[in-house]
Design a protein around this ligand. Structure first.
Ligand code: NAP
Length: 544
């Protein structure tokens, strides 16, 4: 397909064929709308398609990291591991696309380069890298909140003659690391997963660490018949719990109820000994919410510090060299304000003879040469450099595209001082544009599949409301947007959330304004706020 614009106007164009995009396509098609999804990758998967680095694995348990909207999908799919690996998640989404017959309405290999709202026609006009054009009344954007990779900005990197690989752009042909010298920049979620695996495969690995993060073991394992039986009996209950808990991540499904329930109570309701046991149980169980044991973990500085100290204390028990353990110990920011990483054998890897750790805060990489990295005036020879250096999160997925609203200004310009949105879904001046996982929504701090589902349904209801009432335009008001944006920012003022630099606040991207990008008020509060807006007839929007 090269050009559809002249022939037809779509009701909705969806950007992305990951979790949000596929569900949107299904739901809006069921509503009888003419919908098309475009996807840059050759298949479904979204962010998971691109993150094919070894070790890529979800940090939310697979039983809870899947759609809930379809009893058919529930009945027919079986996850094989506690935490699904990237390949299995991609297989799941491919299967969903087949099972719901979605592929006929998806154009793969279609990277969106331009989207502009034409005031005269009231239509969105789209252009893709391969020259296709589309027009649609509504633009539903679901490109994934963490999908625009960034590279480290270090002098000489372009002169390095070895292979440079970003984890989110892993080559299709697996690199041959045998006997090779590998450098790796980044010890976030991606780095902590890829390091143990490549360390086993390569000759020598140098890990360049800048900010050690809180880390917990995943304790991944195959799911058993007992797990399936338990899930069958507890699925509805667990999903209710998920829907009603303010924040809920991985690591909980396999915990005793008594430990899970503590999460709804304050730490002060427990004795020192009880709290210690709860942290130990969580550590043994594994998962990123080890430290999120009580409801005030992200509110009370002392509670947070206790959780942080617990996690810090574990490092020395695993890492043999005390200096290395110290370099790996997170300091100066609160637990949870940078995403806790989850993996297998991350700390253990630093006991290997072929792995070195360099603290680039004290010994920065001065520059790259053709053959390696210069640190403290000496060259570390390298054959490969793996960059697990992160993403321009939440805003980057849309600002890398030329998206222009009704007055011709781009989202990149409009968000120049930080993103302004209503509910993380709508932007003033960009009529009929809706974002899944946008800035100002809680998606990345929650089980993202769950929040996506909620947003898909909410946006679909809004589109249907617009259509059924014969409106041509639906856009948020300046007042609603300002109030919501202020609320999102106020939630982090003067509290623990301000302690860390990370992609949550955009500080990982040079020049990006430092503002909180995600709604930290919790899934339950967010959902209630969205529901209220819908039930009151969408007072945050203007229809015409
Ligand atoms: P990230 O969390 O932003 O980590 C990037 C890492 O690169 C940080 O350690 C950062 O150090 C380092 N870095 C960047 N530029 C550097 C430089 N010039 N010199 C030295 N170090 C540099 O990115 P990520 O690990 O790709 O993860 C991003 C998010 O994606 C995660 O938080 C998570 O939400 C999601 N994700 C999830 C999974 C999963 O489900 N298991 C897996 C992968 C990713 P600083 O901290 O000092 O900036």
């Amino acid at each position: 397909m090269t050009n559809t614009a002249d022939e037809e106007v779509l009701d909705v164009l969806i950007l992305g064929a990951g979790f949000g995009g596929l569900h949107s396509l299904h739901r809006l098609r069921e509503e009888g709308l003419k919908v098309l999804a475009i996807e840059a990758a050759p298949d479904t998967g979204g962010a998971w398609y691109w993150n094919r680095y070894p070790g890529a694995r979800c940090d939310v348990e697979s039983l809870a990291y899947c759609y809930t909207f379809s009893p058919i999908l529930d009945a027919e799919w079986k996850w094989t591991e506690r935490y699904a690996g990237r390949d299995e998640i991609c297989r799941y989404l491919q299967w969903v696309a087949d099972r719901l017959d979605l592929r006929k309405d998806i154009r793969f290999n279609s990277r969106l380069t331009k989207a502009a709202f034409d005031k005269a026609s009231g239509l969105w006009e789209f252009e893709t890298e391969n020259g296709a054009h589309y027009r649609a009344r509504h633009f539903l954007s679901s490109p994934g909140p963490i999908s625009a990779p960034i590279m480290p900005n270090i002098p000489g990197l372009d002169t390095f003659r070895g292979e440079v690989i970003h984890t989110a752009r892993w080559p299709e042909t697996y690199p041959d690391f045998a006997g090779k010298r590998v450098g790796i920049i980044g010890t976030g979620s991606s780095g902590t997963q890829v390091i143990p695996i490549v360390a086993e495969q390569c000759g020598h690995m140098t890990v360049f660490i800048r900010t050690p993060n809180f880390h917990a073991p995943a304790r991944n394992r195959p799911l058993t018949q007992n797990d399936y039986d338990w899930w069958e009996q507890n699925r509805d209950l667990t999903r209710d719990r998920l829907q009603n808990c303010l924040r809920w991540g991985g690591g909980d499904l396999m915990l005793d109820d008594s430990i899970n329930d503590a999460m709804f109570r304050k730490a002060s309701e427990f004795t020192d000994e009880e709290r210690r046991e709860i942290y130990e149980s969580r550590w043994e169980c594994g998962g990123g919410v080890v430290g999120w044991a009580f409801c005030d973990a992200m509110i009370d500085k002392d509670v947070n510090e206790e959780a942080a100290n617990f996690l810090r204390s574990k490092i020395k028990t695993i890492v043999n060299d005390p200096d290395v353990a110290e370099t790996l110990t997170p300091k100066g920011f609160a637990y949870g304000t940078k995403r806790c990483t989850v993996g297998t054998d991350f700390y253990e890897t630093f006991n290997r003879d072929n792995v070195d750790l360099i603290d680039v805060k004290t010994s920065p990489i001065e520059r790259f040469t053709e053959t390696g990295a210069i640190v403290d005036g000496r060259e570390i020879p390298l054959d490969f450099l793996i960059c697990a250096s992160g993403f321009d999160a939440l805003t980057g997925a849309l600002t890398v595209i030329d998206v222009r609203g009704e007055d011709g200004r781009s989202l990149a310009e409009v968000w120049g001082n930080g993103p302004h949105t209503y509910l993380g879904i709508s932007v003033q001046g960009f009529p009929n544009l809706y974002m899944i996982g946008g800035p100002g929504s809680p998606s990345v701090l929650t089980n993202v599949v769950m929040t996506n589902e909620m947003q898909v349904d909410w946006i679909a209801d809004l589109i249907c409301y617009t259509e059924k009432n014969g409106y041509k335009r639906c856009e948020t008001t300046a007042e609603a947007q300002d109030t919501w944006t202020q609320h999102v920012n106020d939630l982090v003022k003067g509290n623990l959330w301000e302690t860390a630099d990370s992609w949550y606040v955009g500080s990982n991207v040079p020049g990006k304004p430092r503002v909180i990008l995600a709604y930290v008020g919790g899934y339950g509060t967010y959902k209630a706020r969205c529901t209220e807006d819908r039930e009151q007839g969408y007072p945050g929007f203007r229809f015409s």
